[in-house]
Design a protein around this ligand. Sequence first.
Ligand code: SF4
Length: 208
Amino acid sequence: MLVESIWLRYHLVMPADRLYRVIERLGYLLRTDIQRDRDGHGALQPAQRAALEYLARCNRLSNTPAAVTEFLQLTKGTVSQTLGVLARRGLVEKRRDGTDRRVVRLALTPAGRRVVAVRGRIWRRACEALDAKQIARAGALLEDVVRGAQRASATRSFGECHDCRMLGRERGGRYRCGLVDEPLSVAETRKICRQHAPLNRKSRPNRG
Ligand code: SF4
């Protein structure tokens, strides 16, 4: 029994602790890295940078303040303030939806896209020390960890469209969203979506 418990601690708990510490340390280093001013727009707070990263990757079903709030897991007020700062700095623009004027749509400006394209020095140096296969393996592994954390916290997956179970593949290499019944370009299938339903998930997505 004692041997079994030591074995379990060594093989399951310890590696999990180690992984936690690694992720936590990496997160801290990256947060401090992005807070330094190297983009010509003044230092960005982590939430501001995260909102920019989200808007660079999200699709047209997901570019609203409500979706940013859900993705960042922050309060509505904090996100509203964050988006306000980004808009004043000329990194994000807000416009009314063409069909439903009550809905506000968000998009990066060219300056916002330039900020997102720049990675911090610490991150660039770290990646230079790895080869492409190591980076791909680490990316896949960490995606699994994130998916597990999302399942555990019962939050939306915000996954990429190409592995959503509502994505329809049509003749001629065309794609269609089964939720809103609209065509999607290949580029759009690489975007993240608030309504994404993982292929292995049984529940229906929330339309709200
Ligand atoms: S197929 Fe899924 S991920 Fe793609 S746009 Fe539709 S709901 Fe979103």
